[in-house]
Design a protein around this ligand. Structure first.
Ligand SMILES: Nc1ncnc2c1ncn2[C@@H]1O[C@H](COP(=O)(O)OP(=O)(O)OP(=O)(O)O)[C@@H](O)[C@H]1O
Length: 673
C-alpha cells in the first residue's frame, strides 16, 4: 500500500486534513512517495478521482505518479494530472474551445507571411522599413509596454519610421485577425484562457489540487491555481531547489504560503534516502549560506561511505573532459547510472565529443536538437495538418519546401483551399466546391502598401502536360497567378497523399504512408541537398545519399514514439507539450543542472567548477542572483546517490581564460592549497 511504506513524517503529511497544506520536502526525502500516498489517502477517504487535480513539472512525472497509485487503486488512473499547460490544454478542449497551440517561433513565421504581402517600395522613405523579424519583436515589446497607441509609441522611439506606421498597424491588425480566425494560441495564453474560463464560472470538479515542485511556480501558474482551487491545496516543494527564476518562477510564492492561506499547515520531510552522508554534508555546508525560509535540515539514513566527494583538478578544460571520459570508461557503474552535470550548455558539446571519442555512449536530455531538427518539425507539421486542416501554420511550414511557393503564396493557397472546402482545407483539395470564387481581386490600398495581384488570374494551361489527374486539374487553386510548375507539382503530390490517406485511421499506417510519400521524399531530398553542399556550393553524391538515410532514420525514431499511441491527435499534443522532456540515445547522462531536477544517479560528475562559470555570474545578474546559483549547486550535489566528483580546470584554451575555483567549493570546505 502506498501509505504503509511511508515513514512517520511522510505519513503525517500525506494524511493531513483538507485545507492548505505545504510540504517542504528536502532533496531525496521522498516527495514522490508522499504525493502518491496523499492521492491514495484521498481516494480511500471517498474523493472521486475526477475530483483530484495533480499539477507536475513534467508530464512524465504525472504519468509515473498516476501509475504508482493505480497499481494499488486501479481507478486512480482517472485523476487529472499533468503540467499546467497540458492540463489547461485538455480542459479547454473539453470545453470545446477550438485552439491550436503554437510556439512563438511559429507565430513569427505567420507574421512574416503577412508582412511579405506588403509593398514598402511605394514609399520612398529616407530610412528602410523594419524587417519582419524586428517588427515582430517590436510588436511584442509594444504589447508588453502597456501603451495604447502604437504609432505614438513608435514616433517616440524612432521618428523616422513614422511614414511606415500605417502599414505596420495594418500588419498587426491582420496578424491578430488571422490568429483569432485560426484559434492560434501560445503557451501563456493557454493558462490565460483557462483562468478566464474559470472566472466566468465554468464547472470546476476539483476538490483538492496537488502541486509538485511548488518552488518553481510562476505568478501566472499561481493565478491558475488560485482560479481552480476551492478549499484544499496540497503543495510539495523545496525552496532550496527553486532554480527557474530565469523563466519567471517566483520563490516568494512558496515562502509566503503560510501567510497567504488561512490556517496553513507546513510539514517538513527531513530524512534523505538517496545519498551517503558525505554527499549530504557538502550540500548542507553550502546551502546554509542561503536564507532559511522554513526551518529544515537533511538527515542521513544511508549512513556514510567513508569517501568524501573528490575534487579533481586540471590545468585546462580539455584535460578535464578527457580525464572524466577515461574515468567513466573504467568505472564499474552501469553507464545509465552515471551523470555529468554542467551549469552551462556550452560545456556539453566538448564533453560529448570526448566521450564519443572513447566510444562511450551518451544521451542529452532536453531533446532540443531532435525536435528542433527540420525533418522532425516538418513531419510533425504534415501529421498536424492531417488532424487539423485548419492549421494554417502547419500548412505554411510544409509548403516552405515547395519551390516557388513562399509563405505569402502558401497562406493565400491555404485561404483558397479553405473557401473551396467550405472551411476544411483537405476538402478544398479533394472535393473543391467549384461554385466558390477564389483569388478574387483584393482591395488595393496604396496607403497600406497592399498588392493588387489577383486582377489577373493565372492560366492552368502550363500544367496540362504534367500528368496530373483530370480531377486535380479542375481545382481552382491552380489559378493562383504566381504558381510555378514546381509549386503545382508539390501541390499535386500533396493531393495524392491526402487522397490515399482517406482510407486510413490507424496512426501507424498514416505515418507509414507519410514517410513513403512523394511529398516527404521531396522534402528529405531538399534537406539532404542543402546538407551535402561543400564550401563552393557543389553537392557530393555520396554525402547526399548518406544525408538522406540519416534524415529518414531520424523520422523513423519519431515513428517509434508514435507506436505508443492509438490516437494521432494525442500523440501530436504530447509532442508539442512534452518535447523538452524527451531524451535521445542511451548511456551516460549529459545534463544541465536545470534538466537534472528530480533525477538521481549512482555516480555524478559536476564539471567546470570555476568561479564565473558555476556560479555563472552573468546569468545570476539577470535572475535569481547568487542565491539561485547556490540552489543550483545544491540541486546538482543532491542528485548523487553513491559517488560524487567535482572537476575544476585552471584554464579554458578555447576561450583563452584563466579561472579561480568556484566559491561553492570553498564554502564546502575544499582546501586547494
Ligand atoms: N519511506 C521511505 N523509505 C525508504 N526509501 C524511501 C522512502 N521514501 C522515499 N524513498 C526513496 O528515496 C529516494 C528519493 O525519493 P524521491 O525521488 O521521491 O525524492 P524527492 O524528494 O523527490 O527528491 P528531490 O526533491 O531531490 O528530487 C527514492 O529512491 C525513493 O525510493
Amino acid at each position: 500500500m502506498p501509505l504503509s511504506k511511508l515513514n512517520t513524517e511522510q505519513f503525517q503529511a500525506a494524511t493531513a486534513p483538507f485545507g492548505f497544506n505545504l510540504v517542504i520536502a528536502s532533496a531525496g526525502t521522498g516527495k514522490t512517495s508522499t504525493i502518491v500516498g496523499r492521492i491514495a489517502h484521498l481516494l480511500e477517504n471517498g474523493l472521486k478521482p475526477e475530483e483530484i487535480l495533480l499539477l507536475t513539472f513534467t508530464n512524465k512525472a504525472a504519468i509515473e505518479m498516476k501509475e504508482r497509485v493505480s497499481r494499488v487503486i486501479s481507478y486512480a488512473k482517472n485523476i487529472e494530472a499533468g503540467t499546467f499547460h497540458s492540463v489547461s490544454y485538455k480542459w479547454l478542449k473539453k470545453l470545446n474551445k477550438n485552439i491550436v497551440l503554437k510556439q512563438p517561433k511559429d507565430l513569427k513565421i505567420l507574421f512574416k507571411s503577412i508582412y511579405d504581402k506588403r509593398d514598402f517600395n511605394r514609399i520612398l522613405g529616407e530610412e528602410k522599413p523594419y524587417s519582419a523579424n524586428y517588427l515582430f519583436d517590436l510588436y511584442s515589446l509594444f504589447i508588453n509596454s502597456n501603451e495604447e497607441d502604437f504609432t505614438s509609441w513608435l514616433i517616440k522611439k524612432a521618428p523616422s519610421q513614422e511614414e511606415y506606421a500605417l502599414i505596420y498597424e495594418d500588419i498587426f491588425d491582420e496578424y491578430e485577425r488571422v490568429k483569432k480566425e485560426h484559434n492560434l494560441v501560445d503557451f501563456n495564453s493557454l493558462l490565460l484562457e483557462m483562468i478566464n474560463a474559470l472566472n466566468s464560472g465554468i464547472d470546476n470538479p476539483f476538490r483538492e489540487i496537488l502541486v509538485d515542485e511548488y518552488q518553481d511556480t510562476n505568478p501566472l501558474q499561481n493565478r491558475f491555481i488560485e482560479a481552480v482551487r476551492k478549499d484544499s491545496l496540497f503543495c510539495v516543494g523545496d525552496y532550496d531547489q527553486s532554480i527557474y527564476a530565469f523563466n519567471g518562477a517566483d520563490i516568494n510564492i512558496i515562502s509566503t504560503f503560510d501567510k497567504r492561506y488561512p490556517n496553513a499547515k507546513v510539514y517538513t520531510l527531513k530524512k534523505n534516502y538517496r545519498s551517503y552522508g558525505e554527499i549530504l554534508d557538502v550540500a548542507n555546508r553550502v546551502i546554509k549560506n542561503n536564507p532559511r525560509i522554513y526551518p529544515k535540515s537533511l538527515e542521513v539514513t544511508r549512513g556514510f561511505s567513508g569517501e568524501y566527494p573528490k575534487l579533481l583538478m586540471y590545468s585546462d578544460t580539455f584535460e578535464e573532459y578527457k580525464d572524466i571520459a577515461s574515468r567513466i570508461l573504467t568505472s564499474t557503474t552501469n553507464k545509465e547510472d552515471i551523470a555529468i552535470l554542467f551549469r552551462n550548455n556550452s560545456s556539453a558539446d566538448a564533453i560529448e565529443a570526448m566521450l564519443r571519442e572513447k566510444g562511450i555512449e551518451c544521451r542529452r536530455k532536453g531533446g532540443v536538437s531532435f525536435f528542433d531538427s527540420r525533418e522532425i518539425k516538418v513531419t510533425l507539421d504534415l501529421l498536424t495538418f492531417l488532424v487539423n486542416p485548419k492549421d494554417i501554420m502547419a500548412f505554411i511550414h510544409i509548403f516552405e519546401y515547395a519551390k516557388g511557393i513562399g509563405s505569402a503564396i502558401a497562406s493565400e493557397i491555404f485561404e483558397a483551399l479553405t473557401i473551396l472546402g467550405n472551411g476544411h482545407a483537405i476538402d478544398g483539395f479533394l472535393n473543391p466546391d467549384l461554385s466558390k470564387k477564389v483569388f478574387t481581386k483584393k482591395k488595393t490600398s496604396y496607403q497600406l502598401g497592399l498588392f493588387d495581384d489577383f486582377s489577373v488570374l493565372g492560366s492552368i494551361s502550363k500544367f496540362k502536360n504534367l500528368g496530373f489527374e483530370e480531377e486535380f486539374l479542375q481545382n481552382p487553386i491552380l489559378k493562383h497567378p504566381k504558381l510555378s510548375i514546381e509549386g503545382a507539382e508539390f501541390l499535386y503530390n500533396f493531393y495524392l497523399l491526402l487522397k490515399k490517406l482517406k482510407r486510413f485511421k490507424n496512426p501507424q499506417s498514416i505515418f507509414n504512408e507519410v514517410i513513403n510519400s512523394k511529398v516527404l521524399c521531396h522534402i528529405i531530398s531538399s534537406l539532404a541537398y542543402t546538407r551535402s553542399k561543400d564550401k563552393n556550393g557543389k553537392v557530393d553524391e555520396e554525402k547526399f545519399e548518406e544525408a538522406k538515410v540519416k534524415i529518414k532514420n531520424k523520422i523513423t525514431i519519431l515513428g517509434n514514439l508514435l507506436k505508443n499511441y492509438t490516437d494521432l491527435e494525442k500523440f501530436l499534443n504530447a509532442m508539442v507539450l512534452g518535447a523538452s522532456e524527451m531524451s535521445e540515445g542511451r548511456g551516460v547522462n549529459l545534463l544541465t543542472v536545470h534538466a537534472s531536477k528530480g533525477l538521481e544517479f549512482k555516480e555524478v560528475y559536476i564539471v567546470d567548477m570555476m568561479e564565473g562559470r558555476f556560479p555563472n555570474i552573468k546569468l545570476s545578474k539577470l535572475a535569481g542572483g547568487i542565491e539561485e546559483e547556490r540552489r543550483l549547486f545544491y540541486v546538482a550535489v543532491t542528485r548523487a546517490k553513491d559517488k560524487l566528483y567535482f572537476a575544476f580546470a585552471k584554464r579554458d584554451r578555447i576561450r583563452n581564460q584563466e579561472y579561480e575555483i568556484s566559491r561553492f567549493l570553498i564554502e564546502a570546505g575544499y582546501n586547494i592549497n
